[in-house]
Design a protein around this ligand. Structure first.
Ligand SMILES: Nc1ncnc2c1ncn2[C@@H]1O[C@H](COP(=O)(O)OP(=O)(O)O)[C@@H](O)[C@H]1O
Ligand SMILES: [Mg+2]
Length: 244
């Protein structure tokens, strides 16, 4: 599927929409996992363009390569073949320092199992990634964490610990933790997979609002067709390839 054909803004050729490169572009991306006994083709020549501000959902059966796709886009893993470009530049051309900056500042991850630290309060969990960011002092860290928690509707829970929260609230903390870093891209891997349908709906509404109001580009893996249909674009995977 070609992203430019599904862009909601029908931009004229001279506008920035038409000339800006896709934010994320995969060309013939391949990922082969090699162990002693078995070779697994997790991604098989995937071609995909995602524009700034899009909300894309990815569906497909277990093991078809969805998480692998997100870790490659999020620079947590490297493809074994093909070309990955971010903002029109091949990722291979970025220096290590630039890559660290991209990982740390441009991209936020949200996982199915929240990945919160149980011994830390809600506020400390949200502040934690900012500790590793140069130029963000203690006061600003705290302000950003409060603002992010406010955005996800958890201002009244800052001193709670994860064990004192519902699943939906824990996922909202995880989203606030991603938001505190002010990422341009959120990669969400089955963010509602552990939640009942009501809480799942709340998380979905939160992501939709973020996309609409802040223009955050979101790529979300989901098993829930109903949620996937709420996003601008639905991509289906099967056996490492895009089928729709
Ligand atoms: N680190 C790894 N080593 C070997 N094989 C892996 C590894 N990670 C994933 N795989 C394999 O790659 C395929 C795709 O995995 P994954 O991307 O996790 O699928 P999905 O998220 O769609 O369930 C699966 O067959 C899986 O077993
Ligand atoms: Mg997965």
């Amino acid at each position: 599927m070609n992203a430019t054909t599904t862009q909601p803004h029908s931009a004229s050729p001279s506008s920035t929409f038409a000339t800006a490169p896709p934010m994320i572009k995969l060309t013939d991306i391949e990922k082969v996992y090699q162990t002693k006994t078995i070779e697994t083709v997790a991604l098989n020549r995937v071609n995909l363009s995602i524009n700034k501000g899009e909300f894309v959902s990815v569906m497909g059966p277990s093991g078809c390569g969805k998480s692998t796709l997100l870790s490659i886009i999020g620079l947590l893993d490297e493809p074994t073949g093909g070309l990955l470009e971010l903002d029109g530049r091949p990722v291979k051309s970025y220096s290590d320092k630039e890559l660290a900056h991209l990982r740390n500042q441009k991209i936020g991850f949200v996982f199915q199992s929240y990945h919160l630290i149980n011994d830390l309060s809600v506020l400390d969990n949200v502040e934690l990634p900012l500790l590793y960011r140069a130029g963000v002092g203690g006061k600003e860290r705290r302000q950003r964490a409060h603002a992010a928690l406010d955005k996800v509707g958890l201002s009244a829970r800052t001193t709670h610990f994860p064990s004192q929260l519902s699943g939906g609230q824990r996922q909202r903390v995880a989203i606030a933790r991603a938001l505190a870093g002010r990422p341009e891209i959120i990669l969400a891997d089955e963010p509602t997979g552990n939640l009942d349908s009501v809480m799942g709906e709340e998380i979905m509404d939160l992501l939709l609002t973020l996309n609409r109001e802040e223009g955050t580009t979101i790529v979300m893996v989901t098993h829930d067709e109903h949620q996937a249909l709420k996003t601008e674009r639905l991509i289906r995977f099967f056996d490492g390839s895009q089928v729709q």
